[in-house]
Design a protein around this ligand. Structure first.
Ligand SMILES: [Zn+2]
Length: 209
């Protein structure tokens, strides 16, 4: 039961250090509700934790995590409810100022897509990563095999941002300046963050200090 002891140890460290420092913040948030300014959509990957990367306090970020940090298109059948209900809540109820889609280096979901898992989908992962096949097929025509992994990690973020803009309530808020969309990318190996430049559509490193 090493895993359970790890959880207990972590909780006890939290209670000894972070919690006393933020006790009143937790109490205030618990009593009066959350009003985060940012919704952060990131991968489930244990190596790219948005709360760590952005050093976020409780209540600061409304976080959705899924395999390959992907926002699929909305459909008439209301598919992908887990993703779109979180987005709807963030936009319509919490009125967040920004939605950030953060991808990361060495993403297993992206790798599964490139490897063809979605070509003959027969389980949850292959169905899910297969949603990125159209993007993969476009990227494949413009980069070498060596560049595919990172280019697809980038393109998955761009595709998610495009799909967000197809949501009417989001497009309206973006156009009126109430809501901002941002692509981000975290290099696990170098510990470096990049933001997507909306003019060049390229990822640019954020200064670490
Ligand atoms: Zn990932």
């Amino acid at each position: 039961m090493a895993w359970k002891q790890q959880l207990v140890d972590g909780y006890q460290r939290f209670r000894a250090s972070h919690y006393p420092e933020q006790k009143s913040l937790y109490e205030r948030l618990g009593k009066h509700g959350q009003s985060p300014e940012v919704m952060l959509i990131s991968c489930c990957d244990s190596r790219a934790d948005p709360s760590d990367i952005f050093d976020a306090a409780p209540g600061e970020m409304f976080v959705l995590r899924n395999v390959a940090n992907f926002v699929p298109p909305q459909t008439d059948d209301m598919d992908y409810q887990s993703v779109h209900s979180a987005i709807q809540y963030a936009v319509d109820v919490l009125n967040v100022n920004a939605i950030v889609v953060m991808g990361h280096e060495s993403c297993g979901g992206i790798n599964a897509c490139i490897s063809g898992a979605g070509d003959n989908p027969d389980d949850y992962i292959s169905h899910w990563v297969g949603l990125l096949n159209p993007a993969r097929d476009v990227v494949k025509t413009r980069v070498s095999d060596d560049e595919m992994q990172q280019e697809m990690e980038f393109e998955g973020i761009r595709e998610s941002l495009r799909n967000l803009m197809h949501v009417d309530s989001i497009a309206q808020r973006v156009e009126s300046g109430q809501l901002n969309l941002l692509g981000a990318y975290f290099s696990i190996i170098r510990g470096k963050l990049m933001f997507l430049d909306s003019e060049t559509n390229k990822f640019v490193e954020v200064p670490p200090a």
